[in-house]
Design a protein. Structure first.
Length: 370
């Protein structure tokens, strides 16, 4: 069985410990301190939070993923379904359903988990007061058993047309839940900073920030080498270095490349840099349609800038050298094009540099004929 998992929250067998961060998170949760966990995509934030919270004795975790919500209805449904999946014991499900019965929910069964789930099929946007009631319900249940509320991809709360109202309402309730910790996680820094560091935001400085970066190379190297050894496959040093180079040292991307490497190799073999190169081609074949779709919707200037960042890196994108490489005459045109690439979440800006959300996309562009 392939020991490398990606694109999901990983369990014990696939989780690489981050002892210092786990200890810090536990300490804040015990004291009821709200936490902002921030880091780049696929760096392992969700796995870190879930692993830590799930192992705190006497606590239960309410995990609410609000990725790509568009309306208040979506937000309410995510909270309700998080509660339903958490508490299957008799009585809790009935209480949750009764609480939202006036909203005329539709009840179905999740085909994957088998759990009941609720949706709201209405053309009417439900009022945010229903979110307020659900948060108070969670806090009421907290009195019976200590709870940790994790809201993942929290920046997507800004997708709501009435986000200002919803954010203000949520903060007005959460501030009274003083002995129950909320963990807010997000990967879009500008949006998370807007929520937690804009003085005009209701959530201004309402949570302690914990930065999650790449795993230490030494610790993660031991982890992936050990995982390959379950199939009696040894990694040469050059192969380990190549894995890190191609994946940008992000745990999720390392796992994806290792998954591909495992899939094309056999037990009782030694894996080298050439094998990693072959695995990278597997990743490209899996994601080629996504890459082609991404570039097909770009303007000429946007594509030129994207190729420029792939080849030259994301610093000094308005420099003379970058303009010459891309063939774009004006720095203002580059600025506009790069801004759109950030809006499309193809690039992100961090520490004065524009970086690809997918390091594999960057490599694919560098070696394509685009």
């Amino acid at each position: 069985m392939n020991p490398f998992k990606y694109g999901q929250i990983v369990g014990d067998a696939h989780y690489c410990p981050r002892l210092k961060l786990e200890k810090t998170i536990k300490g804040h949760i015990v004291s009821g301190q709200n936490i902002l966990v921030e880091g780049e995509r696929r760096v392992g934030k969700s796995s870190l939070i879930v692993h830590t919270a799930a192992r705190m004795k006497g606590y239960r975790m309410v995990y609410i993923d609000i990725n790509q919500i568009k309306t208040t209805n979506d937000l309410i449904a995510r909270i309700v379904n998080a509660l339903i999946s958490l508490d299957k014991q008799a009585g809790v499900f009935e209480k949750v359903v009764k609480m939202v019965s006036h909203l005329r929910p539709s009840l179905s069964v999740d085909s994957f988990s088998g759990d009941p789930c609720i949706s709201f099929h209405t053309n009417e946007i439900l009022p945010p007061e229903n979110v307020e009631s659900l948060l108070d319900f969670i806090y009421g249940e907290h009195k019976n058993r200590k709870s940790i509320v994790v809201i993942d991809e929290f920046q997507d709360i800004l997708n709501l047309g009435n986000s200002d109202q919803v954010v203000a309402m949520m903060r007005s309730r959460i501030q009274f839940h003083s002995d129950m910790a909320y963990v807010f996680s997000g990967s879009v820094r500008n949006d998370m900073d807007r929520i937690f560091y804009d003085p005009d935001s209701p959530f201004f400085k309402s949570a302690i920030k914990i930065e999650v970066g790449p795993l230490s190379r030494e610790a993660f190297s031991r982890h992936i080498i050990g995982s390959f050894m379950t199939g009696r496959r040894t990694l040469e040093n050059e192969a380990v270095e190549s894995i890190y180079c191609e994946s940008g040292e992000r745990p999720g991307d390392v796992q994806e490349l290792c998954n591909a490497l495992w899939s094309i190799t056999e037990n009782d073999t030694s894996l080298n840099q050439a094998d990693v190169a072959d695995a990278l081609q597997v990743v490209f074949s899996r994601e080629k349609a996504l890459y082609e779709h991404s570039v097909s919707g770009l303007t000429s200037n946007q594509l030129r800038c994207l190729v420029g960042v792939a080849h030259l890196g994301g610093k000094g994108v308005q420099s003379g050298g970058f303009l010459k490489f891309t063939g774009i005459l004006h720095a203002s045109s580059v600025k506009k094009a790069i801004g759109r690439l950030v809006d499309l979440k193809i690039l992100y800006f961090y520490k004065k540099e524009y970086i690809f959300n997918s390091p594999f996309f960057r490599t694919w562009l560098k070696h394509s004929n685009i």
